[in-house]
Design a protein around this ligand. Structure first.
Ligand SMILES: NC(=O)c1ccc[n+]([C@@H]2O[C@H](COP(=O)([O-])OP(=O)(O)OC[C@H]3O[C@@H](n4cnc5c(N)ncnc54)[C@H](O)[C@@H]3O)[C@@H](O)[C@H]2O)c1
Length: 257
């Protein structure tokens, strides 16, 4: 007899750290995990935002800890790891959702802007993996937040695009090295409304109209619409999924017209 039982899509009872977890997509993932019964440490550089998000996590009836973090510093990530292990009793899931962007042409981007973006978006992902891989429990996973710009050309985003392309390649490289104990995957969101970009993507703007027209689902995403992909990849339902990039873009990337 074949055993058709499968693992559920849930993070209930798991322990998660979300880097860049106090705003935007990372915060939605942190709160979504908490709603599903995971203990969550959501962290960024801002103490006030760490406190606000920690309180919102506690409101959902799970454990958390308060710690700031800067992904450009190894020591800072080591502190987050130690805090999470001490306060939650271990780590099963790490999400790297920190973000940095700079709009400039290929010819015009400065060394400083290039280094700023890649230091946070690409080297930050590497440092997060280096800091947390030794502490993640067997069967746990890392989720790196990439972007459509890893595979679609978008004007004036050379450093961001290169960093996200690097994040996807690094996801595959680390998935191979950290297997079989830890799975490593990425999510590539399309256009997602967050408090930070609400004006840019506001209804009625030319940009919004162009995105809506090109997207098969005819709209941009709410940040909560990225949470399900993260829960799936972090859950035991994805126990055979590693080195994968899950695109969540309403069909944008694969649509010609
Ligand atoms: N919003 C979108 O449309 C979209 C689309 C594709 C990909 N993404 C990616 O999703 C991720 C989250 O972006 P978002 O839109 O939610 O933006 P956001 O600005 O709301 O979130 C980014 C988070 O990263 C934190 N951060 C920045 N620098 C940091 C540092 N040095 N150390 C620690 N934390 C730092 C910020 O404090 C913030 O909490 C990013 O990787 C972004 O590139 C976003």
């Amino acid at each position: 007899m074949v055993d058709y039982r499968h693992s559920p899509v849930t993070v209930d009872g798991k322990r998660a750290v979300v880097i860049g977890g106090t705003s935007g997509i990372g915060q939605a993932i942190a709160l979504g995990f908490a709603e599903e019964g995971a203990d969550v440490v959501a962290t960024s550089r801002d103490e006030t935002k760490v406190e606000e998000t920690a309180a919102a996590i506690e409101d959902r009836g799970v454990d958390t800890a308060r710690v700031t973090c800067d992904v450009t510093e190894h020591d800072s990530l080591d502190r987050v790891r130690e805090t999470a292990v001490d306060e939650l009793g271990g780590i099963d899931i790490v999400v790297a959702s920190q973000g940095a962007i700079s709009r400039a042409t290929v010819e015009g981007i400065s060394e400083e802007d290039w280094d700023f973006v890649t230091d946070v978006a690409l080297d930050g992902v590497r440092r997060v993996t280096q800091a947390f891989a030794p502490a993640i429990e067997e069967g746990g996973s890392i989720i790196n937040i990439s972007s459509l710009s890893a595979r679609l050309s978008m004007a004036n985003l050379p450093a961001y695009s290169a960093a996200k392309g690097g994040v996807e390649a690094f996801t595959r490289a680390s998935a191979k090295e950290l297997a079989p104990e830890i799975r490593v995957n990425a999510i590539a969101p399309g256009f997602v409304i967050t408090p930070q970009n609400a004006d840019t993507y506001a209804e009625g703007t030319e940009k919004r109209q162009r995105i809506d027209e090109r997207t098969p689902l005819s709209r941009v995403a709410e940040r909560e619409e990225i949470v399900g992909a993260a829960i799936y990849l972090a859950s035991d339902a994805a126990s055979f999924v590693t080195g994968e990039v899950l695109t969540v873009d309403g069909g944008f990337a694969d649509s010609a017209f």
